[in-house]
Ligand binder design. Structure first.
Ligand code: ZN
Ligand code: ZN
Length: 336
């Protein structure tokens, strides 16, 4: 039996657990580790037995609990490489300086180097050559290590030692996947697919086990053909229904954020979901979970009404059940 429990969904945190008898996968970790564990226990899912954490993209509401969960519970984290790098940048404290300050440090460094060169010349005349060579080797090693720490090509988590305690981007186990390439965790087959959203390399997922199929697409600005294709033949559809367009336009968000949400790399509106369900949905899914509802710019009743109205207008659907995922409490488990 395939079991799906949306532990939380919305702009303050997203996390879903999908399990079979032998495999348990978390989809995003957008709550604190403590809250995820609490909600898993509440839902009857054992946090000691998580086989993998899949990350859709690096926005805060999807990654908040990643580090602590992965380290404390030794959970392998699955990213695209682009998302992993973006996540690492996000969790690593930024060191910024003004241009004059940077210029000053360059000057000081050059002066120190000139001084060191002068001193080493003087030393060479008094020390034997072997000693001087050894010293140069040691200096070179130090420089190499320092360079590795700054190397943009170094993979996140590579620098910082085994325990990685000093490195905020350290994770015990990282696995990479690519959109379009399927892989498995235990007895669950996973196919990531690209979604249009303003993140480094965002994806949705299709998860299949025991002949059942779950498709997850949240955080996307519109529904391109590749996404529509992935949602076909899904028994359970978890679909973003983020905002009511009128509420967003009249709502409290600053103009720039409104533009971002409405853009083609923003979030799906109730209307966009309605249009999909009315005209392009294959009618197959037994369960449709509306997810990532905005607390400021949507009402559960509006999202449900829009989806149900769209489904009623169709002739080839029978028994689609619309459910609403919420921010503050887990949704009841769905058994497929
Ligand atoms: Zn996002
Ligand atoms: Zn999100």
């Amino acid at each position: 039996m395939l079991r799906c429990t949306v532990l939380a969904s919305g702009s303050k945190g997203n996390c879903t657990v999908i399990s079979t008898g032998s495999t348990r996968i978390l989809l995003d970790a957008g709550l604190s580790c403590r809250e995820i564990v609490k909600r898993m226990r509440f839902a009857g899912e054992d946090p000691d037995k998580i086989d993998g954490l899949l990350i859709t993209h690096e926005h805060q509401d999807h990654i908040q609990g990643v580090s602590v969960l992965a380290r404390r519970w030794r959970v392998p984290v699955y990213f695209t490489e682009g998302t992993h790098r973006a996540w690492a940048r996000y969790v690593t404290p930024r060191q910024t300086m003004s241009f004059p300050a940077w210029l000053e440090t360059r000057k000081q460094k050059a002066a120190a180097q000139a001084l060191a060169a002068e001193e080493s010349e003087a030393n060479l005349s008094t020390q034997n050559l072997t000693e001087a060579s050894l010293e140069t080797c040691e200096t070179a090693e130090v420089i190499e290590i320092a360079a590795a720490a700054d190397d943009p090509q170094a993979l996140p988590g590579e620098v910082g030692g085994e325990a990685g305690t000093s490195n905020p981007a350290y994770l015990p186990v990282v696995e990479y996947f690519c959109a379009g390439k399927s892989f498995t965790i235990g007895d669950i087959a996973i196919t990531p697919f690209t979604i249009p959203h303003d993140a480094a390399d965002p994806v949705g997922f299709v998860l299949e086990a025991e002949g059942m199929r779950i498709a997850v697409a949240t955080d996307l600005g519109y529904m391109p053909p590749n996404v529509q294709m992935q949602l076909r033949r899904a028994d359970l559809l978890i679909l973003e229904s983020n905002h009511d367009v009128e509420m967003l336009r009249d709502g409290p968000y600053p103009w720039a954020i409104k533009q971002r949400v409405l853009s083609r790399v923003g979030h799906l509106s109730n209307d966009a979901v309605g249009e999909f369900l009315a005209n392009r949905f294959d009618g197959y899914a037994r369960w449709i979970v509306l997810a990532h509802l905005s607390e400021s710019n949507n009402l559960p009743a509006l999202a449900r009404l829009s989806a149900e109205r769209a489904l009623q207008g169709r002739s080839n659907t029978t028994d689609n059940q619309v459910m609403l995922a919420t921010q503050n409490a887990p949704l009841e488990s769905i058994y497929l």
